[in-house]
Ligand binder design. Structure first.
Ligand code: ATP
Ligand code: MG
Length: 239
């Protein structure tokens, strides 16, 4: 297993005091890694920091052995990193097709139509909605547009911030199944999730953060079995 992303002793904030402090974890090539933790723990800040959207106060992030902590977000996209933010992740007035097209601007794929076909193969629900404004889609379909847009630049690392927020349990399962399909295309996924139990079931590794710091990391199965994690984040009982 090779390390694709190495986060080391990362401290960052938004201009004031540090929001995350000394965070360290590795993401392995072609795995699904999940970030868990309570509201306000700094999960989104970790994702935003990897994507160069915060002020880094210390530590480093390496992608494939290259330090990226000092790179601009637009450069990261050309290096194979793509992200879906927690909210406002589609342009509601633009059609599905236009949203997908925007995903190609920062790092155009070799063959845009071929990439679009692969993405519509992954998300067939979008095929009959291509000319519809994305704001008219259901929440789950909008998430597919957002993830599809992020895949249009053919990333090696996909950062997702709560891809199943607000979705019904059935739709949540569909999105997770789709993410397993995305992983099969060679993409490494690092995602924040509130649906901890289901996320750990599909995750290779999980990283729990509390108050901006590492709390516990382990394989999905290890965290599902951990009493501390069960009591604090999984509602107690073993599944
Ligand atoms: N743009 C910002 N400017 C200043 N402080 C921010 C900003 N975004 C987040 N914070 C602060 O950073 C802390 C961590 O926020 P963050 O969004 O990373 O948490 P989170 O774990 O993603 O929470 P949630 O589960 O609610 O999404 C919070 O105290 C928040 O107020
Ligand atoms: Mg968040």
């Amino acid at each position: 297993m090779s390390v694709l992303l190495e986060v080391k002793d990362l401290t960052a904030g938004y201009g004031g005091p540090a929001v995350i402090e000394g965070i360290s974890f590795d993401v392995f090539t072609n795995e699904i890694a999940v970030i868990l933790g309570p509201n306000g723990a700094g999960k989104s800040t970790v994702i935003k920091t990897i994507f160069s959207l915060t002020n880094v106060l210390g530590g480093s992030v390496q992608l494939d052995g290259k330090t990226i902590t000092d790179q601009k977000t637009s450069k990261l996209v050309t290096m194979g990193v793509s992200a879906v933010p927690q909210s406002h992740n589609v342009f509601p007035n633009l059609t599905v097709d236009e949203n997908l097209d925007i995903g190609t601007y920062a790092a155009p794929p070799v063959d845009k139509m071929a990439t679009r076909e692969i993405i519509l193969g992954l998300f067939p629900d979008l095929r009959d909605k291509l000319k519809q404004p994305s704001g008219e889609l259901s929440g789950g379909q909008r998430q597919m547009v957002a993830i599809g847009r992020a895949l249009m630049c053919e990333p090696t690392l996909l950062l997702l911030d709560e891809p199943t927020a607000g979705l019904s349990p059935a739709y949540l399962e569909r999105i997770f199944d789709l993410l397993l399909d995305v992983r099969k295309t060679g993409v490494t996924i690092l995602m924040v999730e509130q649906n901890a139990r289901q996320a750990l079931q599909i995750a290779d590794h999980g990283h729990v953060f509390v108050n901006g710091k590492n709390f516990i990391s382990g394989t999905g199965q290890e965290l599902l079995a951990d009493e501390n994690v069960r009591n604090s984040f999984l509602g107690g009982a073993a599944s």
